[in-house]
Structures are given as C-alpha cells and as structure tokens.
Design a binder for this molecule. Structure first.
Ligand code: GCW
Length: 678
C-alpha cells in the first residue's frame, strides 16, 4: 500500500539497469562540514542515494573514490575553495552542481555560499536521479528570484484549519514544546526540497494567545526543528493583542504605550526565536481589528510593527485584502483605493501582501490592479494553495497553470513586459524585500494535502516562488516523475490532464469571467441564486447580475469603472466588451444574452456550451485515469479514481444548477441540441 506520505521525496529503488547506470557516479557522500544544516544535507543524500540505488552509500570527510558526491561551501571545503567556482552570482541561497575531476577522480560537486544553498543543491541532485536525467556532465546553477518564499497556514491553535481540507493541523500546540512530532521534520524536508524558506504557523484570523510566553516557547520548539532546513518561523500579530493579552486600554498605533508594548513583545519573541521572521497581519478586513478602529491609516499601523521588528531584522507582511460592505464602491476596487495613496509611506521592512486577484482566489480573476501600482512599497504576492473555491481536496485542479497565467500577466506599469512576475521578484521597481506566500493545503491526512494531486499544488507553489517565470508544464512533469513514474505512457497523459484541469474547473464552475458563484458559507457547490448571505458583497447575485436583459458585472466607464485602476492599454482594452478577452467578459461587462461571441454563438448558447464542455472534460479525465491503472499502486490509484467520480458528480451539479438559475432569469429555452438533465 502507498498512502502518499512520502510526497515527491520518494526514494524507491530504480529499475536495475538505471541503478547500474547511476551507481558509479554516486559511490560516496563527502563533506567535512558539520553544521546542523550540513548534517541534514548528508542524511538526505544518503537516504536518497541508498534508496534509489538500493545499495549502501559510503560517507566520509574527504574523497576516497571516483564517483564521490562532494558538498559544501568554500569556507568548509578546501577542495571546493580550490575549484574557484563562480559562486558570486548565486547569493546566499543559490547552488551550483558540477561534474569535476579532482586528484584524478571524477566527482560531483554540490556547492553554495551557505549551507542552506548546498541543501537546496542536494535536493536538486536527488531530483536529477529521480527524474532519470544524466548526471555525468553536470553544470547547473540556480538561485531563487524571490527572497521570502512562505507558506501561510490558516491553522488555529485548537488544530482546526480555516479552509483546510486535509484533516486537522499538523501543529499540535498542546504537545509543544516537550514533544515535537517527527512529522515536523518531514514537513521541513518537503518544504526545503522545493525552496520554501518560511512558514507562518497560524491563521490570519488569529488568536492573540500565540504571542504569550507560553506559546512563544512552543513556537520556538518548532523553529528549532525547522532551522536546519533553512525555514524561519513567522507569526500572525493580532492588532488588538495589547488589549487582549497586554492589559492596555487601547491598541492605537500612535499611542506610546502601545508602541512600547509591541517593542517589548518583539524583544521577547527574539529571545525565544533568535531568527524569527516577522509578522503577518490582517487588519481592518472582514471584522478584524486594525488601525482604522482608531482613525489611523494602514501605513501607521504597519509601521508600528515594522519599528518594533527592525532592530532584529524582522519583516511585516501587511495584507491588502481589505473591503467593507459599508463602502459603497465595487468591492474589487477597495484595496487599490485604500493602498495606492499610501504608496511610499511604509517603512522598508514592510511588505504589502496582495492576493493574486482583486476579489478572492476565484477560479479565474484578472490580476490585482495593485501589482505595478505601488513602486515605492515592497509588494508581495499571496496565492491560495488550498482550493477553497476550486473543489477542495476532491476536485483534481492543478494550480500551476493558474499561477503561470497570473505571473505572466502584463501590468504595463512600465510599458510592455511589466509582468506580475517582474513586479514581485523586485526587478521592476528594485524592491528591497520580495515575497511570495501560499495559503497552505497541508493537514494531518497521511497524504498531507487531502489528495495525491493536491500535493502537486504545494510543489508548484514552491517551484514558482523560487522562479516566478518557471513553466507550469515543466513543473507538472517533474512532479509526476518524482511522485509516480517517468514512464511516458503515464507521464504524458497525466501531465496533459493536469495542464487542462484548471480551465475545466473554470468551465463547469464560472465560465466566461463569472466569479463568486459558490454556495456562500461552505464555498463548495454552486449558489448563483443566493441573495441572502447577510451582506450584499457576499451574495453571488451581486456578482453575476443576471436578469432579463443579460448577465455580468459592468466595470467599464459606464459601470464601476474598475478598469481605470489598470494601466493603459488594459484600461481601454478591458473597457469595452468587444476588446475584452472572452475569458474575462462577464467579469468586466454586463452583456445581453444574445451578445455575439467569437464562436458565432449567442452568449447564452456559449455559456451553456462552456458548462457542458467542463462536464465533458471531467468525464474524459476520469476515463483517462482508469486507463492508467497499470502504472499506479492500488491505494493512490483508487483514491484518485474515487475523487474523480466525485468531481464528475459535482461538475454536473455546478452545470445544471447554474444553467437552471440563469434560465429562470433569462427565460430563454435551452440551446438546440442540449438535453435537459434527468
Ligand atoms: O477567502 C476568504 C476566506 C476566509 C479568509 C479570508 C482571508 C482567513 O473565505 O476564510 O480568512 O479570505 O483571506 O482573510
């Protein structure tokens, strides 16, 4: 049985001929370094090589035989120093892997400027073997383009997870600090293997308790466990903590006592966690406390924390996900309206954390207008790995394509080529801090992510945070090879299935630019008819605006004019339905049901056609998977097959319920050839 616990770090024995090919190039693992990080690097190489090659791999401090794998930095290895490798361009976390000959012996060198860079190189070396690449003439250099590559856990202290679909939290606070589960080591290994270098342990809707001494000691135990893997711990600071756990009467960021309290709190945290990363803060958003409660701006709020953390080198990640139903404006405009005027007012260790789209992790949104609009404020990206709006853990939806679409989007902030990737990697505006965060999909399920294919989304997040210009298909194919097999009979169809899966979900959930059509509390199934969510900006009807005359949200100049928040030419291209790409048509425009689409079909027929296409594609995915049984172990095969059956059922529900509702307002008959659902 294979429950998927090993993720993509599977070191099962290669087939004999392959193992025989690699064995001469992996005879021994050599390093004289003995830091905590060097020790875990050695352990990983030994575990990986002896597993894959099904033999005992020797360990030593100096090279004894040809085929040695030598790892280290110029500081801890004279051999590496003497090789004069071009490590200058690699920064603190990059690595270099080279085939070399030293003292007449062929060997592989894994080098970096720091032990953590070397660890990343070791994972890359193991991946080469896992994916059956040649390793005899290596010359690989890689360095991360984004500095902070973080998971955001929406885990509560009681182990429930907000929007978590893979069991309960892996962080068992009640057992800490005395017991740190061995799973924490595997968590760190998995993250390090894809370059993730930080983790926010708790939910942005936070409890102040995590900042009490008792919990700081617990967090410190986790930090100690993660440190060798290059992973820093971050916490959420609840704005009202000075009142809740500090006994103060106010949390006003301009109050000297409050400022003092946060300074002491920061000092205390660094006492327990000397390399603490910093705070993530959700303020004045969805009912959370914030500086607005005291008539202060987001900048005044963020800077208070920034001052407290600056002496220790910590950062503040201030979320831009703010909107309120008391503001009469279109919800998607509010973050920009709030933050654009504050550009340049934040201290250098503040990072504005912006969700990919202006609404909320929908199956498809345009990029947030804040990307490119804040040249004087470090601006980072938040994506959601957990699939809150994409079918939880049961629907097979690979998010690599969605993030690639986002990162490749041109903001035109500095003319053509001003992609979101170039904004967030800092190259466009010279940001001092760069950051990409992913809301984690990790839980206590044996397979970590709730399904096998959701592991791919964790993996893709890490890869794209390392290189926001990496390609989703390459990432998918690497993941399939590491997680299942390199056999093309499996690899090709499964990669193709993953690559099409997000568009398929868009088709059966929210085609043509529709958004926020889910049932309102659970966020799982459809609810386009819902108009009673408690407030207008949570109602699906507010977003689809379907009526007798047509469907869609008018955001051109005759509507909310959200298009004006974007740089030209987008502000004009998106202003008119004729020039708006059809996959965003109903996001930007309210158009009549008979609006002529590029296919020649009227909008209504096109819409119904898209829902049908989505269902047909899921059916094809499920059928394809059944063909692949010979290549997969029973347990992972069956879980995936069952979930695809659920996805088939759900896709039909989405289609049929959505069409039934829209038909009830349009009054139109089903297009010719479409059968009524049974
Ligand atoms: O997507 C929404 C979720 C909330 C979440 C919020 C946020 C953590 O439904 O559960 O709260 O976004 O990002 O703050």
């Amino acid at each position: 049985a294979d429950d998927g616990y090993d993720l993509w770090l599977r070191y099962h024995p290669l087939e004999k001929p392959l193992a025989a090919r690699y064995a001469p190039a992996a005879t021994e693992v050599v390093s004289a370094a003995h830091s905590a990080t060097a020790d875990v690097t050695r352990a990983e190489l030994v575990k990986g090589l002896s597993g894959l090659l099904a033999k005992k791999v020797a360990v030593g401090e100096s090279v004894h035989q040809a085929g040695a794998v030598l790892f280290g930095t110029p500081e801890n290895s004279a051999t590496i120093k003497n090789l004069n490798l071009p490590l200058g361009q690699l920064g603190p976390e990059g690595y270099l892997i080279r085939s070399a000959v030293v003292g007449g012996k062929k060997l592989t060198v894994i080098a970096g400027n720091s032990d953590v860079g070397v660890l990343y190189g070791a994972y890359r070396f193991l991946k080469l073997i896992q994916t059956h690449e040649a390793i005899d003439k290596l010359d690989i250099a890689s360095a991360p383009k984004v500095k902070l590559r973080l998971l955001n856990h929406w885990d509560n202290l009681d182990a429930t997870i907000e929007r978590g679909y893979a069991g309960s939290s892996i962080f068992k606070w009640w057992e800490l600090p005395e017991h740190v589960s061995p799973r924490m080591v595997d968590y760190a290994r998995a993250n390090a293997s894809i370059g993730i270098n930080g983790t926010v342990l708790i939910n942005v809707n936070a409890s102040s308790l995590v900042l009490t001494q008792e919990y700081l000691q617990k967090a410190a135990a986790l930090a100690d466990t993660f440190r060798p893997y290059g992973i820093k711990v971050y916490l959420v600071a609840r704005f009202s903590a000075p009142i809740e756990i500090g006994g103060l009467k106010t949390a006003d960021p301009l109050d000297p006592q409050v400022r003092e309290w946060w300074k002491h709190k920061a000092d205390e945290i660094y006492h327990y966690i000397p390399d603490f990363g910093g705070f993530l803060i959700k303020a004045n958003s969805e009912g959370q406390p914030g500086p607005g409660d005291y008539g202060r701006t987001h900048a005044e709020g963020a800077n208070m924390f920034a001052e407290a953390l600056a002496p220790h080198g910590g950062v503040v990640m201030w979320r831009a996900f703010v909107y309120s139903h008391e503001v009469p404006d279109d919800r998607i405009k509010q973050a920009y309206n709030e933050f654009k005027p504050l550009d340049g007012k934040f201290l250098p260790n503040v990072i504005l954390q912006v969700k990919n789209g202006p609404l909320d992790f929908q199956p498809r949104e345009p990029f947030s207008a804040l990307f490119g609009a804040t040249p004087a404020t470090n601006t980072g990206l938040e994506v959601q790995i957990t699939k809150e709006y994409l079918g939880f853990n049961t629907h097979l939806v690979y998010l690599g394509t969605m993030w690639q679409e986002l990162l490749g989007s041109d903001t035109f902030a500095k003319g053509p080529g001003s992609t979101v990737a170039k904004v967030i990697d800092g190259s466009m505006f010279g940001y001092k801090q760069t950051m990409m965060a992913g809301v984690s999909n990790i839980g206590s399920d044996r397979n970590w992510s709730g399904s096998i294919f959701d592991q791919a989304n964790w993996y893709a997040f890490g890869r794209l945070a390392w290189d926001p210009e990496a390609k989703a298909d390459v990432i998918a194919s690497d993941w399939v090879k590491q997680t299942f097999t390199s056999n093309p009979a499996f690899l090709k169809p499964v990669t193709a299935l993953m690559m099409g899966s997000r568009e398929t979900a868009v088709d059966y959930m929210t085609p043509l630019g529709l958004a926020h059509q889910m049932g309102t509390s659970g966020h799982y199934g459809p609810g386009p008819w819902v108009d009673s969510a408690g407030r207008a900006d949570w109602n699906p009807v507010y977003y689809n605006r379907a009526d007798k005359s047509g469907i869609g949200f008018e955001r051109g100049p005759s509507g909310s004019n959200a298009v004006a928040q974007y740089f030209p030419p987008l502000s004009t291209i998106w202003a008119k339905p004729e020039t708006t790409p059809e996959n965003l048509l109903l996001w930007f425009h309210h158009v009549p049901w008979n609006y002529a689409m590029k296919s020649g079909r009227p909008l209504w027929d096109e819409l119904v056609g898209r829902y049908d296409q989505g269902v047909a594609n899921v059916d094809a995915m499920a059928a394809e998977w059944l063909n692949l049984k010979p290549y997969v172990d029973d347990e992972r095969f069956a879980l995936t097959a069952d979930y695809l059956t659920i996805q088939k059922r759900d896709a039909r529900l989405w289609r049929d319920a959505s069409i039934a509702y829209f038909q009830s307002v349009s009054g139109l008959p089903l297009p010719a050839g479409v059968k009524k659902p049974p």
